[in-house]
Design a protein. Structure first.
Lengths: 545, 1164
């Protein structure tokens, strides 16, 4: 009657070798974000910010997000899982050197999981050990201030940086010292700006010291920039995002790779070259790009005379080439295999074929991918970038300016040069016909640094984090996302709503007053109500009470 | 009892014979070296003659030979007795044999005469009337009259007739004796299988129902579970996602939901647990359904939710060898197939939905092409195609591919394209017989069922072999050996990715009528789904089951039995899943692979299960005067070991060679090993006094390896009482009207050990599969990693169900009418449910605990009418069974009362929904209503044709509150989707060689809500979600239309299009717009009650006179129809029986087939 399991192992017999630790820690890798399959193949989260739009107003930007229903157990399961590692890894009988990299990965993952929680919920309780059903005191602890949690994340990252191997050992599909440093700059900048721009609101933390985080960001970035690390700037901005094999790209510190032969693939090419899935790039993003001379460009002026395909074509001649890397222009090669070229945006289509704005997503496309132009899914191996050096440079420039008021021109010029743009200069805000208010005044230099960040990192999923940490809802609140200047001659049977400038105004009727972001509430998600009942010491986030 | 019934039928036949029977009757027999007694019996068997003789005067053990070929009886008998001192006399059918020195019966002075009638007053011809203890006798004539002479004064007359109770009457001085014979109750001596033994039905105190083989034979349904539908009250049937796929097994529930964690009845075949659907239905002798705890407690923790005991056929001792063949061919077609819209109608309708919201799909040009295609205006279409095109269905597109969906303009009803007919067959051959010591039964069967899908490979084949030998080694030692082999093969098309089989049916539904079947070159268009089904590979499953059963019975002294049973089962499964790359051609003739079918892959799974069990039990039966006592005690051991090896590989080099060797991807292999064992001790005590007062107690002490040591053992007792009221003296006067009346009551407890093993151990899950991550570009994913251990539960144990049952069995009108009724309550306690919730920061689900309670109450009733009309060749029977059960949760941890979860007081099957009666007809309606009621919780825009949800809570808004019992907004319980009042009606008659039988079954009450989740809804029902997620059929045309139509938009042109009194709401191309109208509501609550004509059979048995010429015992030809029609409110496309879980959303499943069979039974 005593029949122990035949194909599983008890916890007490595990954790003995470095291999045990490695086999356990690698199971966290799949939790990294990914490009996806079938629709929405494009994995970078671009829908919750003002760079892109869908056919229905985004519920977060429009203040329609409801309370978080149910429980948050699943959001803590990875934290429990990684804490089990920390509770047990010391039982490993192998030499420390044999398993220290895996320990570093565990630290990195714990930092990653907590950072996700902080971004979503703000204050959360910090646990560094597995909780058991009996540990009622721990289970019902109140939330720790987010600064304390972020400090713990940064400590974990320091541990990680100490023990992780260099990228040269495991390449860039595996966490490395470089990736951990890059992550550290991201976390520190996030918390520093969050505390600075939400200071004095319900979202800020009392007595927080933003400069502490800016300093950490600057230090970590400098360590990466000046050390012996394998970093760099890739020479082709457009091509980089559509690559399948990114292993030789020094700029890409960590990415997720795919392999069709092994049954892991994505639909990035399907979305970027065939089916836009009702996603369009907004006028707001396009009009942010400077012209080829690094000066603000009169987009509305152009739109009043030049429309449709002609407008798109003119942009490629006049403005920052990084825009063309993100937006399809007539004549662009879609598929090298069958010589298919882009004709016009699919604004008159329905369903998955619809692009509502005329600015059709091109970033991450790759005419040489087998999936380019293919009518079907699952055909691309386009990599998903988790960390690239370009972001670190932007993190550094922003933190340095916030800390010291100094513009890291030489660093930003690395990005400008790669894009084929002139050196970084600060344009006065009042010279920009497309100027848009952050809701508070900032210096021309910071405005320009943020612009550089927006265009360099466009459509890579950073924009949502950025407007949140900058408390920059004014950028889109009360406004509607617009498309390109519509040319009726190109679409005789299609009559989209247009605004006074002739731009496609897709939500003219459904969103007459523009996005209704609730700035006292929508910067954080609500703690699930059931969790508040289960733990009376938990408090609800601002605006959700 | 079956024999009895058969004899009744035969004797009914004989009545037609004339007075000159002995002259006309011809007998054919070939018998060598058998006893005279046996020879006479054989003559009786093959003719209507009856022999009367005195054993002591005639040497009946003498060995004789008979070789006769269609000869008169006199010829045969003369030959038989020619060298013997024996003479005989033939009186019509009666033949009296006596020694030559004895006078043959003569007319004598003392005569007696009379008339024999049956209980209805009809005369009974053919009744044997004998002076008891002599050979003096006769049989009644056509009018039931008899007369006998040479009667001794102190004699007793014995009247006997098959199917009637034998009656004896003292002669005394009477010269006339008129007798009314009572019919023998069909089941008066019926023996039913109960656990570890048999019992006379009259003595049974638990709730037991018996289904005889009569009801199971010659049915073309492929599996036993399907055939059992409608046959017994209290049995509920349901199907998985694959519906009625070839060889489908149905899930059976006895008496409703037993536990929220799922539980099935325990199936015992010939004393050993087994799988009923691996049996050949024709091998079944009878099926006992043990419903209450008293009946099934002997199985303890294995059988909390009833037991189905199957007894297979066997030979009988002293039974003549007979060989039977049954075979039939079946033509199957899908039942209730919906009709798609023609392409032009479809395009206009879709465009109208697009105008409602989402944008028009079909451009005017596209519609012009659709019209041209329908008109076969090829000249018009040619302008769009390159030279050399042969089919004008799919447009050549700019990217070089052939167009699909709105870029195609064909006109297909894909239901018609995909569904057709299938030809199926079954063959059974059995041989049985027995000597006085040994009986044997051997059978072989082959079944071949094919899917009705026109494309791809889809079949189920089953091969059965069975052998059974019973032998008496001595008169106190019996021995039985039984072996069964069952092999089944199922092959069906693989679906891309990991999509299930039902995906195919979903794809048929959603293929739009304009979709091209052929590309310009004549190859199948990818989007027709035909390449996917035809070329995408198949999955093939082969299951081979082998049983060896050894059983012995020892009877050391009278009343004492010792039984030992040992069984070994081995199951071997071979599964091969092949996913091949599907190619399609481009406009330039090049081929490209369908992306989701790359890479091709092969998965091979081999599994072995070994199962040993032993039963050892002993019983002692003591009869003292009127006291009858039985003790039984025994023990059972079980050990199950299983292993499974799975290997998969990608990139098959040659698509038609399915081998791991011939592929160049990496092999991923894993194994799964498991084992469990149980041990049980059981006992039974039965006491009956004068067959009047019955008492039975059962108990079992059961242990299982699935639980932790301390929680491993459970004790399960049961008690039952019975009272045969009709045996009481005071019943004498009533017994004329109510022939039998038995009252039963029982109480018992059973356990449920059917839970996952090892829930008490903290295990690091070893994941042998591939990690979803690549560590080096170009490399494969690494195999083997470990996962997070679950939180463990240390105190999990049995679920315990306690059943109380009260029942009556009655019969009326000379037992022709029988009524059984049972009332029960079952409470399942310690049901495994959620634990007290803990804060989510725990990061894992809290282990479950035994803390929930479920109560099921119900009743079942069976009403049967059986009548053989003695004077004609007619017999007929009708029976109705009906049952109902409802389950309610009494205890469940749901502190906030979330209504979507279980809560105390929730009935199983409850549907929560809004109240809504009508659609908004005009914009004014909408505005007027919205000014009073806020419906923004459901959706923010409302149009004419949308559903008007009522604000039942009166708070000015329609919402679901907090979704809890305290605050459920405007939701209320609007129905219940558990089937209620399930019934089966069966009947038939035999008349002059013709037989007819039918089975109708149904569910009298069942609500159903065809689900919508998020933006997905079952569009087989709802018509569509979005463009390309459509399932529009002619059933959907009554949808809301408030705008005039034109050539390109709308169902009808002009104002004729307006339809404000529609059934379906306004439809849109946008999922969210549609979904707002599909929240569960009273308006679209479906009445899923149904009546289905499950089976009709008409047979004709060729006349004996004809058959004898070809030396056959019996030849019957029959036509049988299965699923002939269904009456239901559900639209075509929704099968009220085939409803799975997943397909409730996607709408695709294998629905019922209508089957017509032609068959023959031959007995040699």
């Amino acid at each position: 009657m005593d029949r122990p399991p035949l194909d599983a192992i008890g916890n007490e017999s595990y954790w003995k070798t470095a291999k045990d630790l490695e086999n356990y820690v690698i199971h966290f890798y799949p939790s990294f974000p990914s490009h996806s399959l079938w629709q929405y193949g494009y994995g970078y989260p671009i829908k919750n910010a003002d760079n892109a739009m869908e056919v229905t107003p985004n519920i977060i930007l429009n203040g329609e997000r409801g309370v978080t229903v149910g429980r948050w157990t699943n959001e803590w399961s990875n934290i429990r899982s990684v804490n089990i590692f920390f509770d047990n890894y010391k039982r490993c009988e192998d030499n420390f050197d044999l398993y220290k990299h895996f320990l570093g990965e565990a630290y990195f993952f714990r930092a990653w999981f907590y950072f996700e929680l902080v971004k979503k919920y703000g204050d959360v309780p910090w646990y560094s050990t597995e909780l058991l059903p009996g540990s009622s005191e721990e289970l019902s602890r109140p939330r720790d201030p987010r600064t304390a949690v972020v400090d713990s994340i940064l400590v974990d990252l320091d541990h990680a940086i100490n023990v992780l191997s260099l990228r040269s050992k495991y390449k860039n599909n595996r966490i490395s010292k470089e990736a951990a440093l890059a992550f550290k700059t991201r976390v520190a900048l996030y918390e520093g700006t969050w505390q600075k721009y939400h200071a004095g609101t319900a979202f800020g933390t009392t007595n927080a010291n933003p400069n502490k985080y800016f300093q950490i960001c600057v230090d970590a970035a400098q360590q990466l920039m000046n050390g012996i690390y394998q970093v760099g700037i890739y020479n082709d901005y457009y091509k980089m995002f559509g690559l399948d094999d990114m292993s030789s790209v020094n700029e890409i510190l960590l990415y997720r790779a795919y392999n069709i032969k092994d049954g892991v693939f994505n639909d990035v090419q399907y979305q970027t070259t065939f089916s836009p899935f009702e996603v369009g790039i907004t006028w707001s993003l396009v009009s942010t790009y400077l012209d080829k001379n690094g000066k603000p460009y009169d987009y509305l002026g152009l739109a009043s005379t030049t429309k449709g395909n002609a407008f798109l074509t003119k942009l490629t001649q006049d403005i920052d080439p990084r825009c063309h890397a993100a937006v399809w222009v007539p004549g662009d090669l879609i598929s090298a295999r069958n010589g298919q070229v882009f004709q016009k945006p699919s604004i008159d289509q329905v369903g998955s074929l619809l692009n509502p704005t005329g600015f059709q997503l091109r970033k991450c496309s790759n005419p040489n991918s087998p999936g380019a132009g293919a009518n079907g899914g699952g055909t691309s191996e386009t990599g998903y970038i988790l960390f690239r050096y370009g972001e670190v440079l932007l993190n550094y420039a922003e933190a340095l300016y916030e800390l010291q008021g100094v513009v890291a021109t030489n660093v930003l010029n690395l990005l400008r040069a790669r894009a084929g743009m002139p050196a970084f200069t600060v344009n006065p805000q009042n010279s920009d016909p497309n100027w848009s208010s952050y809701g508070y005044s900032i210096s021309d230099a910071l405005y320009e640094i943020r612009r550089e960040r927006r265009v360099e990192l466009a459509l890579e999923g950073f924009r949502e984090d950025d407007y949140r940490r900058w408390a920059a809802h004014k950028l889109f609140k009360g406004k509607r996302p617009k498309g390109y200047p519509f040319d009726p001659n190109e679409f005789p049977a299609y009559h989209p709503p247009l605004d006074e400038n002739g731009l496609i105004d897709y939500m003219k009727n459904t969103l007459p007053a523009g996005y209704q972001f609730r700035e006292n509430q929508d910067y954080l998600s609500s703690i699930p109500a059931e969790e508040l009942n289960l733990n009376p010491n938990l408090t609800q986030n601002p605006g959700w009470q | 009892m079956k024999i009895t019934l058969l004899l009744i039928l035969i004797s009914s036949f004989n009545l037609l014979a004339t007075d000159t029977y002995s002259q006309t009757a011809k007998v054919s027999l070939r018998l060598n070296q058998i006893s005279l007694k046996q020879a006479l019996k054989e003559i009786e068997r093959s003719s209507e003659f009856y022999f009367l003789y005195n054993n002591e005067l005639i040497d009946v053990e003498r060995k004789v030979d008979i070789q006769s070929d269609n000869e008169q009886i006199n010829t045969i008998l003369d030959r038989l007795f020619n060298d013997q001192e024996i003479k005989y006399a033939v009186y019509d059918r009666q033949i009296v044999i006596s020694p030559t020195n004895m006078p043959l019966p003569q007319e004598a002075a003392r005569k007696i005469s009379g008339k024999v009638t049956d209980s209805s007053g009809g005369t009974l011809p053919g009744v044997t009337v004998v002076v008891k203890g002599t050979t003096n006798g006769t049989i009644t004539d056509t009018y039931g009259n008899y007369s006998l002479s040479n009667i001794p004064a102190n004699g007793t007359l014995q009247f006997s007739f098959v199917g009637m109770k034998t009656q004896e009457i003292a002669i005394g001085n009477k010269t006339t004796i008129n007798v009314t014979l009572a019919e023998e109750t069909i089941d008066i001596d019926e023996v039913v299988a109960v656990g570890y033994g048999t019992q006379k039905k009259v003595n049974v105190t638990g709730a037991v129902d018996v289904i005889t083989n009569k009801k199971l034979e010659n049915r073309q349904a492929p599996t036993v579970s399907q055939i059992l539908q409608g046959q017994s009250p209290g049995l509920e049937f349901s199907l998985g996602d694959n519906g009625f796929e070839p060889g489908a097994s149905m899930k059976i529930n006895i008496r409703g939901t037993g536990t929220l964690n799922g539980g099935a009845p325990y199936v015992i075949i010939d004393g050993i647990p087994g799988e009923m659907d691996r049996l050949n239905p024709n091998d079944i002798e009878s099926v006992s359904v043990l419903k209450d705890a008293a009946a099934s407690a002997i199985y303890g923790a294995r059988a909390p939710f009833g037991v189905i005991l199957i007894t297979t056929k066997g030979g009988r001792k002293n039974e003549k060898l007979s060989i039977s063949y049954t075979g039939y061919f079946t033509v199957a077609t899908p039942d209730r197939l919906p009709q798609m819209l023609d392409s032009y109608t479809f395009a206009r309708v879709i465009n109208e939905f697009g105008v409602n919201a989402g944008g028009r799909t079909y451009s005017n040009d596209a519609i012009k092409r659709i019209i041209a295609y329908q008109n076969e205006d090829w000249d018009y279409l040619k302008q769009f195609y390159p030279e050399g095109t042969t089919y004008y269905e799919a447009m050549p597109l700019a990217n070089g591919t052939w167009g699909a969906n709105q870029n195609a303009h064909a006109n297909y009803d894909w239901y018609d394209e995909f569904y057709g007919t299938s030809l199926n067959q079954q063959h059974n051959l059995s041989v049985k017989g027995g000597s006085d010591k040994t009986a044997y039964y051997v059978s072989a069967a082959y079944m071949d069922q094919n899917g009705v899908v026109n494309y791809g490979t889809d079949y189920y084949k089953r091969y059965n072999l069975m052998g059974k030998v019973n032998t008496s080694i001595t008169d106190w030692l019996d021995f039985r050996y039984e072996t069964r082999l069952s092999k089944s093969n199922r092959e069906f098309p693989s679906m891309p990715g990991t999509m299930p089989y039902s995906y195919m049916f979903w794809q048929v539904i959603r293929t739009v009528p304009t979709q091209a079947k052929y590309n310009g070159t004549g190859l199948y268009n990818l989007q027709s789904k035909i390449p996917m089904v035809e070329d995408g590979g198949t999955s093939e499953n082969e299951t081979t089951e082998n049983w060896h059963i050894l059983a012995t019975e020892l009877r050391p002294v009278k009343g004492w039995k010792i039984n030992g049973e040992f069984a070994y089962q081995s199951i071997k499964t071979l599964q091969s899943n092949r996913e091949l790359t599907v190619y399609t051609d481009n406009v330039d003739g090049s081929m490209s692979a369908f992306a989701t079918s790359v890479p091709s892959s092969l998965q091979e799974i081999q599994g072995n299960i070994s199962y040993w069990t032993t039963n050892a039990y002993t019983s002692y039966n003591l009869t003292l005067d009127k006291h009858d006592i039985l003790f039984m005690a025994g023990t059972q051991f079980e050990l199950n070991q299983s292993n499974q090896l799975t290997a998969s590989i990608t990139n098959l080099i040659v698509p038609s060679i399915y081998s791991l060797k011939t592929a160049n991807g990496d092999i991923v292999a894993r194994d799964d090993l498991a084992h469990w064992s149980t041990q049980g001790y059981f006992g039974r005590f039965i006491y009956d006094f004068d067959k009047k007062y019955l008492l039975e107690a059962n108990a079992r002490y059961d242990g299982t390896s699935r639980f932790k040591q301390d929680n491993r053992w459970g004790f399960f007792p049961s008690f039952s009482l019975g009272w045969n009221v009709n045996r009481e003296n005071f019943w004498q006067n009533i017994s004329k009207y109510v022939n039998t009346f038995k009252v039963r009551g029982s109480w018992g407890q059973l356990g449920n050990q059917q839970v996952a093993s090892y829930q008490d151990l903290a295990l690091i899950p070893l994941q042998p599969g591939k990690l979803d991550w690549i560590f080096n570009y170009g490399a494969s994913r690494p195999s083997g990693y470990t996962g997070t251990p679950n939180l463990v539960s240390t105190d999990l144990t049995w679920e315990t169900s306690t059943t109380k049952n009260i029942g009556v069995n009655t019969s009326f009108l000379n037992n022709r009418l029988q009524l059984d009724f049972d009332l029960f309550e079952r409470i399942t306690e310690n049901m495994i449910g959620p634990s007290e919730p803990l804060p989510g920061v725990l990061g894992a689900s809290v282990p479950k605990s035994n803390n929930a309670t479920l109560r099921t109450r119900g009743w079942e009733s069976a009403l049967r009418w059986v009548h053989d009309v003695k004077r004609s060749a007619l017999s007929y029977h009708v029976s109705l069974n009906i049952s109902d059960a409802q389950s309610v949760v009494l205890d469940y941890l749901n502190p906030t009362g979330i209504i979507t979860d279980w809560y105390a007081g929730k009935r199983v099957g409850e549907i929560w929904g809004y109240t809504a009666h009508e659609l908004f007809k005009t914009k004014e309606d909408v505005d007027e209503y919205l000014s009073k009621v806020d419906m923004s919780y459901i959706y923010n825009t409302w149009n004419p044709g949308d559903l008007k949800y009522l604000d039942t809570s009166g708070d000015g808004k329609v919402d679901r509150g907090t979704g809890s019992l305290d605050n459920h907004g405007d939701l209320s319980v609007i129905g219940n989707d558990m089937p209620r009042y399930q019934w089966g009606l069966s009947g038939g008659f035999d008349y002059k060689g013709f037989d007819f039988s039918f089975l109708v079954k149904g569910t009298a009450k069942r609500d159903f809500y065809v689900r919508s989740d998020g933006n997905e809804s079952n569009y087989a029902y709802w018509g569509l979600n979005t463009w390309l997620h459509t399932g529009l059929t002619t059933e959907h045309l009554d949808y809301f239309r408030d705008k005039p139509g034109d050539e390109y938009t709308g169902l009808y042109e002009g104002d004729a299009n307006i339809n404000l009194d529609a059934f379906w709401p306004k439809l849109y191309i946008q999922g969210a717009q549609n979904y707002k109208n599909r929240h569960p509501s009273t308006r679209y609550l479906l009445d899923l009650s149904y009546i289905r004509l499950q089976n009709v059979q008409i047979g004709y048995t060729l006349p004996q006179s004809f058959i004898n010429k070809v030396k056959l015992q019996k030849v019957r030809l029959f036509v049988s129809g299965e699923n002939l029609f269904t009456i239901t409110d559900a639209i075509k496309g929704i099968d009220p029986v085939a409803l799975g879980q997943t397909n409730l959303i996607f709408g695709g499943t294998y629905r019922t087939d209508k089957m017509i069979s032609f068959g023959i039974n031959i007995t040699l």
